[in-house]
Design a protein around this ligand. Structure first.
Ligand SMILES: [Zn+2]
Length: 436
């Protein structure tokens, strides 16, 4: 039996206790640089109700001896795609029930990696979220974006070269029908697509704002959506109490997005000093990922055209990092994992280890918890989970992981969750406990 399947079965029924007390732990609270040593954390129902040296647990609480390990908030991934379980070409031909089954496994595997919340930045996961929240499928809290919204020939126009256009010729495709993407042009179509996603439970919406690496029909330097189209989307989202996330690589596209209300700049690989200043002024989040390009370049399955695009991103890496440091930008943690299982799975470790080249362990620990929680909380009135994520403090949601060793000294130990994360609690329920 493979390990992941075994984990699914082990995790299939969370332990239910009204109160849990975890004693003898060193706590990373999601924000402070110093661990809080030798304390207890008490969970009742789905909240943290006691924290510190003198935390008192109810007499019938389940007691867990943390054994001097590190307790920290559950990890948060600000950019994932739980429904993109294969490349676009395969997804067009895969049966929906195979896709659905694989999505369930990914959700379980994500939680078993210690990720208790994710923002899914494109693809049909609203139903998966319902199945996770009602306990049918084991998985993380999901903030779904729904169908990716792209202009014709934009980064989310996943059609094959000869596929008919949905409006010009009246064609459709399986990916479109399953809700992976929508091709829209003009403010009316953009607004309708955004509203349709909101109707189906999106907590924020994803726009494709520039060219990308993996696509075949949009140059990476292309700027996508006219200013009025972006503004139409962000206004409609503001009316609903939430925001737009946008796939953006080049500087001109990032500037246009920021000037038209986009507050979540995803990828953000090519930015000037001026644009970084604008990002800071607007209070927008910058959501880059580092494992992807390096990993896929070395994995050797990119076409020559895709390699040229990836090289542009990689060439900009050093100057991009220098600007992040100069402007003191608190970036979020994002794996952007999708594709076949092996690639998907390897990207998590790649993201953690790549980040160590540029950021301290403490900085990455904040990115993995409280900083990315702030990004998720931008969903405002559409945030389905009431309570604070990404921190350990009284009143916060009880999403917790226990780590063998000290990730503040080497965060890469989190890349081996099977051996290094013996306890996973989400919403006050124990999903993994190998301490017994
Ligand atoms: Zn993505």
């Amino acid at each position: 039996m493979n390990k992941i399947l075994l984990l699914c079965i082990l995790a299939a029924s969370p332990s239910l206790a009204d109160s849990v007390v975890i004693n003898n732990v060193n706590v990373f609270d999601g924000e402070s640089e110093d661990l809080i040593l030798g304390v207890s954390v008490v969970v009742t129902d789905n909240k943290i109700v006691g924290f510190g040296g003198d935390a008192i647990a109810p007499t019938d609480a389940m007691v867990i001896d943390g054994g001097g390990r590190t307790l920290m908030p559950g990890l948060i991934d600000g950019h994932t795609h739980l429904s993109i379980v294969a490349g676009p070409r395969e997804l067009q031909q895969m049966q929906w029930d195979e896709i659905g089954a694989k999505m369930g496994v990914r959700a379980t595997d994500t939680l078993m990696r210690g990720f208790t919340a994710v923002r899914d930045l494109g693809g049909p996961v609203q139903g998966l979220k319902i199945a996770v929240d009602d306990g049918t499928v084991v998985g993380p809290r999901i903030f779904p974006s729904g169908a990716i919204i792209s202009q014709t020939s934009g980064h989310g126009d996943f059609r094959e070269p000869t596929d008919p256009h949905p409006f010009l010729e009246g064609g459709s495709s399986q990916m479109q029908e399953l809700g992976y993407y929508r091709i829209v042009d003009g403010t009316d179509q953009v607004m309708a697509a955004v509203r349709e996603n909101l109707r189906k439970g999106a907590t924020q919406v994803k726009l494709m704002g520039s060219g990308g690496v993996g696509s075949e029909f949009d140059p990476i330097d292309s700027v996508q959506f006219r200013p009025e189209e972006i503004r139409a989307a962000t206004d409609v989202l503001a009316d609903w109490g939430t925001y737009a996330g946008s796939h953006l690589h080049n500087d001109a596209a990032i500037t246009r997005a920021l000037e038209n209300g986009v507050r979540s700049i995803d990828h953000a690989s090519q930015m000037t000093d001026e644009t970084m200043r604008l990002l800071k002024k607007k209070g927008a989040y910058m959501n880059p990922q580092y494992g992807w390009n390096v990993f896929v370049m070395s994995a050797g399955f990119l076409t020559e055209a895709q390699k040229e695009k990836a090289a542009i991103v990689i060439d900009n890496l050093d100057s991009n990092i220098a600007l992040i440091k100069k402007h003191n930008i608190e970036i979020t943690f994002n794996v952007d994992a999708f594709g076949g299982y092996e690639l998907w799975s390897n990207l998590y470790a790649a993201e953690l280890t790549e980040r160590q080249k540029f950021f301290s362990n403490y900085e990455i620990m904040r990115q993995l918890t409280s900083v990315t929680a702030g990004l998720l909380e931008m969903s405002g009135k559409r945030n389905p989970y009431r309570g604070k994520l990404g921190v350990i403090r009284e009143g916060a949601l009880a999403d917790l992981i226990l780590v063998n060793g000290n990730p503040m000294e080497d965060v890469s130990i989190l890349a081996d969750p099977q051996n290094n994360i013996p306890l996973i609690i989400k919403d006050g329920k124990i999903y993994k406990n190998t301490l017994r």
